[in-house]
Design a protein around this ligand. Sequence first.
Ligand code: AP5
Length: 216
Amino acid sequence: MHRLIFLGPPGAGKGTQATILAREMGLAHLSTGDLLRAAVAAGTPLGVEADRYMRAGQLVPDRLVLGILEERVGETDTAAGFILDGFPRTVPQATALERIAPATRVISFEIPESRLVERLTQRRVCSTCGTPYNLSTNPPARPGVCDRDGAPLAHRSDDQPEPVRTRLKVYWEKTAPLLDYYAGRGLLLRVDADAPVDAVGRRIRAALAERPTEGL
Ligand code: AP5
């Protein structure tokens, strides 16, 4: 069974690939960013607290994220496995995950930083299902409208230049140390993510096929 982590900087393509591969592989797609944005939109106490961190491009405190992640992992659709997109992002989150549901493989999305700002500022996401698009590299069939459900596309508030700079800095400080953490556990698969969407998907599938998880 696959319990995969997609690890990489903001804009590396984690959400794009998780959306496609979860559907293809029959896995649940667990995005802590999407769960937090849903809490913000619903105006729950957690959402109100998380909102100010997210707008600034900072990480939401571990205690809040761990609560929603643990609840989500306990839902029935995760029984056949899952892809974690955007979690863990700190070493305490990674150690907590080992207690909740240990990962079988970690895909590292490797891409030059210069590509990321361009991808993020051109991104639009479906306001209903969260499917990501890109105005230059992956536009919707009809401008401003999601291909999957016809809902309007939105521009995320943290995809503005200042929060993007903060998110990149936070990634290198807090999340990049997880690359060594998972390499040391023999779980890390490095994938060159600086390629068209289809090619990156093929590379991920090939990397997983080369290092199957049977017996884990
Ligand atoms: P989150 O929603 O997780 O955002 P992120 O990690 O910053 O990642 P992104 O969604 O920005 O990028 P992505 O890698 O998914 O790229 P995408 O596929 O969309 O987190 C947001 C915030 O929530 C955080 O800042 C934090 O505040 C909070 N948070 C979430 N999880 C947390 C946690 N665990 N702990 C604490 N706080 C947490 O692609 C980007 C663009 O590029 C799109 O336009 C896409 O169409 C395009 N694209 C994708 N692939 C390609 C390709 N191969 N070629 C060309 N274009 C491509």
